[in-house]
Ligand binder design. Sequence first.
Ligand SMILES: [Zn+2]
Length: 271
Amino acid sequence: MFFDTHCHTYLSKQKSETEILEEIKEKWNFYIANIWVDLKISQHCIDIAQKYDFAYATIWIHPCDIWQYDDLDDTMIKLEDLAENKKVVAVWECGLDYYWIARNDNWEILEISQKELEAKKLIQKKWFIAQIELARKLNLPVIVHNREAWNDIIDILKEVNYTNFILHCYSENLEYANNLLSFAPNCKISFSGILTFNSAKSIQEAAKNIPLKNILIETDAPYLTPTPFRGQENYPYYVENVFNKLCDLRNESFDEIEKVVWENSLSIYGI
Ligand SMILES: [Zn+2]
């Protein structure tokens, strides 16, 4: 059994969401956690999870979307209400994103002053910490989104002492992973289709050497399509390609890796 621990079925352009979910239901034997990144669509995510046994939901506000909400406390209360549903398994995809920190609605990066940049970073940090505190209250893991902000993310996780988290779409090296594991020995590090790219040597080295008990797999579909489907849209069932690459890299047997990674997914999500 596989668990695609991070995908966005609602973002597919080539197939309808229903088509993808029905394909999973008919042909594939695995679970997905559908990641919803703002308050408006979190409810939709929960509805999908109610309809399909294999689907789970997460709630959260993406760091690129926090500017839409002016009241942090009020938003946290709304998220808490959504989290009452049993199929909500994590708080995702929160974190810091310095790459897209100043952009327009067409996702074009805007020039801003250093002062504005620092002010925006502070707001992102405030929302990140608020979401961690909500996760702590709800006893849920946090799924961390990072873009060009790893050091600040680690500093915040250490500062608030929260170790129940998943680093999704891991794109750092072994040294960084070891640093992280020394602080949070039970956190999960999730590998995406990037693991299958020839250029991803340092990520592969991390996947080969960290303890199996810390590993998850994901697609982040419809993005980050693994080899050999690069250039096409990504779907949750391509998680098997990420899994196969992981097996190539590691010394344990195929069965052992499948079993442990599956158990890791269930345990972090409390399923
Ligand atoms: Zn994602």
